[in-house]
Design a binder for this molecule. Structure first.
Ligand SMILES: Nc1nc2c(c(=O)[nH]1)N[C@H]1C(S)=C(S)[C@@H](COP(=O)(O)O)O[C@H]1N2
Ligand SMILES: [Mo]
Length: 273
């Protein structure tokens, strides 16, 4: 009797124990699940915000930023970029395009922007485009002089594709860059041409790229384009009150070529190396 009584108490104890143990273990997975849900929920608002921004037309700003980041990537040799900033960006290698693009420098209130040659030039030729470096005659051409170069003027609808996939056709008028460089007696040993804007934006091309007269429009393969220094867009001259009224325009080197970031506006000078 005593043994039986003790046994049943023992059994009851075991039962209680096993119920409480199984109760605990069945709770365990429930602890993990909400954490996953929280993580998923945390991502949702970000996605929604992005979509909202797209709808609200803020997408242009986003793409500009993205393009600018990828452009800085290409600039491996330049020293002005903060190393820490550079590390944040993901590498985008574009092996076929031997183009280095430099970002406009972000000016702070303390720093002054260096525009060395502006003052020496004087009022009259303020908006002249300078060609320097590996040329027979370093030159400075005014807008009036460029317009008089009727033998090298080129005008056509240029196709543009930007990093976000936006495409356009835009009418530009200007002078053929390769032919313009010959007016400054470009040296036969020249290897590179740098197009530098007053805001610090800079694109570098190889001589072969500047020489090329058959850049394409992927939407119309019958066409062929040289690089041009344009002063007119859609039949209207660029405003020259704030910046030099010149823009480098180049077609695509191949279908899919993102050519718009290569268009340099506000050109200050062309450096041949
Ligand atoms: N001087 C100068 N040219 C520039 C830039 C710039 O910041 N400064 N941005 C480039 C980039 S990234 C693009 S996509 C196009 C934008 O041309 P848009 O302003 O006519 O759209 O100009 C290019 N040329
Ligand atoms: Mo851009």
């Amino acid at each position: 009797m005593r043994i039986f009584k003790n046994n049943s108490i023992f059994l009851i104890l075991i039962l209680i124990l096993s119920i409480s143990i199984s109760g605990c273990s069945s709770k365990a997975p429930k602890v993990e699940e909400p954490i996953v849900l929280v993580e998923e929920k945390n991502q949702e608002p970000e996605i929604q915000i992005e979509e909202k921004e797209k709808e609200e037309g803020l997408i242009e700003d986003l793409t500009e930023d993205e393009e600018e980041l990828s452009i800085e990537e290409d600039k491996t040799v330049e020293e002005e970029i903060d190393v820490a900033e550079k590390d944040k960006e993901e590498p985008v290698a574009e092996p076929e395009q031997a183009i280095i693009v430099k970002e406009p420098e972000k000016t702070t209130t303390d720093e002054t922007v260096e525009v060395p040659e502006k003052e020496e030039i004087g009022e009259e030729v303020k908006n002249a485009i300078k060609i320097k470096g590996n040329v027979g005659k370093e030159s400075s051409f005014t807008l009036a002089e460029l317009k008089n170069m009727t033998d090298i003027i080129f005008e056509d609808d240029f196709y543009s594709l930007n990093n976000f996939g936006t495409t356009n056709h835009t009418l530009f008028k200007g002078v053929n860059l390769w032919k313009l460089l010959h007016k400054a007696d470009i040296s036969s040993s020249a290897t590179k041409v740098k197009i530098i804007a007053t805001d610090g934006y800079e694109v570098e091309f190889t001589i072969a790229q500047v020489k090329r007269q058959d850049y394409i429009d992927e939407s119309n393969l019958d066409k062929a384009f040289p690089m041009i220094i344009a002063w007119e867009e859609k039949g209207k001259e660029f405003d020259s009150s704030d910046a030099p009224p010149y823009k480098l325009i180049v077609g695509q080197s191949e279908p899919g070529d993102v050519n718009k970031p290569q268009w340099v506006s506000k050109i200050d000078r062309i450096i041949v190396e």
